[in-house]
Write a protein that binds this ligand. Sequence first.
Ligand code: ADP
Ligand code: IPE
Length: 259
Amino acid sequence: MILIKLGGSVVSDKNVPYSFNREVVEAIAEELRGFYPDESFILVHGGGSFGHPNAKEYRIREGLTGDPERKRIGFSKTHQAMLELNGLIVETFLKKGLPAYSVSSSSIFLVEEGGIVYGDVEVLRKLLERGFIPVLFGDSAVALEGGIDILSGDQIAGYLAKMFRPEKVIFLMDVDGIYDKNPKERDARLIEELSGGEIEHLLESPESAGIDVTGGIGNKLREALKIALYSEVYFINGGVRGNLSKAIRGEKVGTRLRL
Ligand code: ADP
Ligand code: IPE
């Protein structure tokens, strides 16, 4: 099984509210069509400009504090915005002949301090056995301590990697991979072979593109460190046709993490 995290910055433009990058998602589906059903997949997508603005406006990460009535509305609105994005993605895959099947993350996971403390993955296992491609997403989620929180797709990828031990976990991003500094800086260099030590170094200066309430690149790198214990980990540009196929085949592309 191969686990793919579609970054919110790939499936939408984080700076334009409710923008869906249809052509990019279509191209991703076409690439997967070349591997399915010989290879099985779980997809997880991020919030992009559907999830993050809502999560920020209603301060979901602060829990059910302040005005709980407004918070409950915001919690539900954030989930609905994610369902909207998820619907667009699943529909695109179905049109390309891939049996994508939507699974709401907030219906199967409980969180505490931003991490998953309970997950019911049996349905995912059965969906895979039956040839489906489960599609999960970063979501608003029930939290054991603060009442409610945001669960990021990167956290979900980390949890699923531990449960399913996929051969590969591929992070699709809007940049070519992991750089030695913020890629917006002119002299930033792409790291083709990333080590655990380099991740520790990068974590000292994390930054993310657009509105991001879940910790951006820092969170992704922390999860990737854990995932690399079980699976091959790639970070690639999801907007460049051919990249995903290369990563699936194990060819050189983007950044490969090796502990
Ligand atoms: P996604 O939406 O794909 O889950 P994030 O927006 O959370 O990803 O993180 C990706 C962004 O992180 C990139 O668009 C890039 O601008 C930013 N970033 C900051 N530092 C780095 C780095 N060292 N390497 C790669 N990306 C970085
Ligand atoms: C965030 O998920 C989900 C919500 C804001 C509801 P991610 O943290 O995985 O999203 P991206 O990939 O950074 O957009």
